[in-house]
Design a protein around this ligand. Structure first.
Ligand SMILES: N[C@@H](CCC(=O)N[C@@H](CS)C(=O)NCC(=O)O)C(=O)O
Length: 206
């Protein structure tokens, strides 16, 4: 399988961690590229009409996006149970993934606003609105992080992978944001969860 990827992308990181936790990482070749909304990578654009990463090309030649579809696919392909098959556990896991993705969508939009958009077109109100979403997501994550279990002993889960990638991205792109001070329950959980081999192997760069 071929994964269009960037080492800075938190959505790519989620997929890579998921693959590692399910024992599939040996089957995935990374195709590392640089892409941005205004400068899409041509090889990526040729297979994904919305030109976003992660994009996975399966061994059968199917092209899959976005990250939530890819994690579902890897779950089925590996037979691992990080995405429960049905019932309330499935919907909780998928919602937790969406919660972390929502934080990341807002954080990535902030990144584009400050580092991609020309300075004279930047809008503080936009950043403030996205920051409100990030903080709301952190509130919701803190309220249920204990449901993920003790990170030292609990098996990982789709929600835990999402939460880990979301918090790791804040450290990477927003080092001045004191999320540990504001949300200590998340800080306690992340201090241990971030030590997992898959988290350590995918620390963002770029
Ligand atoms: N909902 C998508 C979000 C993916 C996403 O926003 N990827 C960013 C990189 S972190 C991207 O490809 N941006 C390029 C663009 O927006 O054109 C997913 O979960 O895969």
């Amino acid at each position: 399988m071929k994964l269009f990827a960037a080492l800075a992308s938190p959505f790519v990181r989620k997929v890579r961690i998921f693959a590692m936790e399910c024992g599939l990482d040996d089957r995935i070749d990374l195709h590392v590229l640089a892409t941005a909304p205004h400068q899409p990578d041509p090889a990526l654009a040729a297979v994904n009409p919305v030109k976003k990463i992660p994009t996975l090309v399966t061994d059968d030649g199917a092209v899959l996006y976005d990250s939530g579809v890819i994690t579902d696919y890897l779950n089925a392909e590996s037979g691992c149970r990080l995405v429960p098959a049905d019932g309330p556990a499935r919907w909780t896991a998928k919602r937790q993934e969406a919660l972390a993705d929502g934080l990341l969508d807002a954080a990535v939009l902030c990144r584009y606003e400050t580092f991609v958009r020309p300075e004279e077109k930047q809008w503080d109100g936009w950043i403030a609105a996205q920051t409100g979403k990030i903080d709301g997501a952190l509130d919701a994550m803190a309220a249920e992080v204990s449901d993920l279990g003790d990170p030292a002993t609990a098996e990982t889960s789709l929600g835990a992978i999402g939460f880990g990638c979301a918090l790791g991205y804040l450290d990477f792109r927003s080092p001045d944001k004191d999320w540990r001070g504001g949300w200590p329950a998340l800080a306690d959980w992340y201090a241990t969860y971030a030590q997992r081999p898959a988290m350590q192997a995918t620390v963002p760069s770029g």
